[in-house]
Design a protein around this ligand. Structure first.
Ligand code: CU
Length: 272
């Protein structure tokens, strides 16, 4: 029985590591990142993730090998009695100092990425000065408010603002900022393909920025269990070329201004 437990504790980490490697290599399983990040900052976040993953993998293997060695030695021992140790002072110093150094290194190393991701003063100026939309989370949808074409987004809704639900359009290849709000409970604005995740907190307006470098339609989901309909808060981010983005806003404007008489396209023409 001793040998069984020894083998069990030695092989289970090996199985765990093989499982992780397979899950990272077979994208169709959906256990890993949904493809390469659409943003450059997301790529840097991935690199941080991998760095931490490599460190903990090395620590994991090290501790498992040490444990396996101790178990294996004990399983061969004929002596049934347990013995007690008061520990080793130098070992304790080592396993306190080494993790501290690693954690301190990580804390300093990730500071740039964190600042760029979260601290508004470090956001690209272009994004900071002209937020493209306000996204309001509520049970159970994402309400989106854009300023009218050519205008700046105001804190308070304007009469010519444009609205959409569950489909956020942004132009690619330039940094964009979103003002995130919540109307009821706490939600979480999550763009997995862009590695963007931010809680929406009632009573707060939280800026988020990103720069999509690829066009496409990406998931926008709620990553906070926010009520019975949480599963329904699945929306999309449409990242498109500048001209398509402008055309989308124009169409939204035309649809909104439609008075039931003129054809929507005629309204669009009039507004141009
Ligand atoms: Cu939600």
């Amino acid at each position: 029985m001793r040998k069984f437990w020894c083998a069990f504790f030695v092989f289970s980490p090996i199985v765990a590591i093989i499982y992780s490697i397979i899950s990272s290599m077979v994208p169709s399983l959906g256990w890993w990142f949904p493809g390469a990040s659409v943003t450059e900052l997301g790529q840097r976040i991935d690199n941080l993730f991998y760095l931490i993953l490599y460190i903990i993998t090395a620590v994991f293997i090290g501790t498992q090998v040490a444990m396996g060695y101790v178990l294996w030695r004990a399983s061969r021992s004929k002596d049934e009695r347990s013995w007690f140790s008061h520990g080793s002072h130098s070992l304790e110093v080592i396993w306190s100092v080494v993790p501290s150094v690693i954690l301190l290194f990580l804390a300093l190393y990730q500071m740039d990425v964190w600042a760029l991701f979260r601290v508004q003063a470090y956001f690209p100026k272009e994004a900071r000065e002209a937020p493209v939309a306000e996204v309001t989370a509520r049970q159970f949808e994402w309400r989106i408010r854009y300023p009218a074409p050519g205008k700046k987004l105001q804190l308070k809704p304007q009469s010519d603002d444009l609205y959409d639900v569950n489909d956020l359009h942004v132009p690619i290849n330039r940094p964009v900022m979103i003002q995130l709000r919540s109307e009821d409970v706490q939600h979480s604005f999550f763009l997995p393909h862009l590695r963007v995740k931010q809680d929406a907190v009632p009573g707060q307006i939280i800026p988020i920025w990103f720069k999509a470098e690829r066009q496409g339609i990406f998931d926008l989901t709620c990553a906070e269990l926010c009520g019975w309909g949480h599963y329904k808060m699945r929306a999309q981010l449409t990242a498109e070329r500048e001209a398509e983005y402008e055309a989308y806003l124009k169409k939204l404007q035309a649809d909104q201004n439609y008075d039931g008489h003129a054809t929507p396209s005629a309204v669009a023409k009039k507004d141009e």
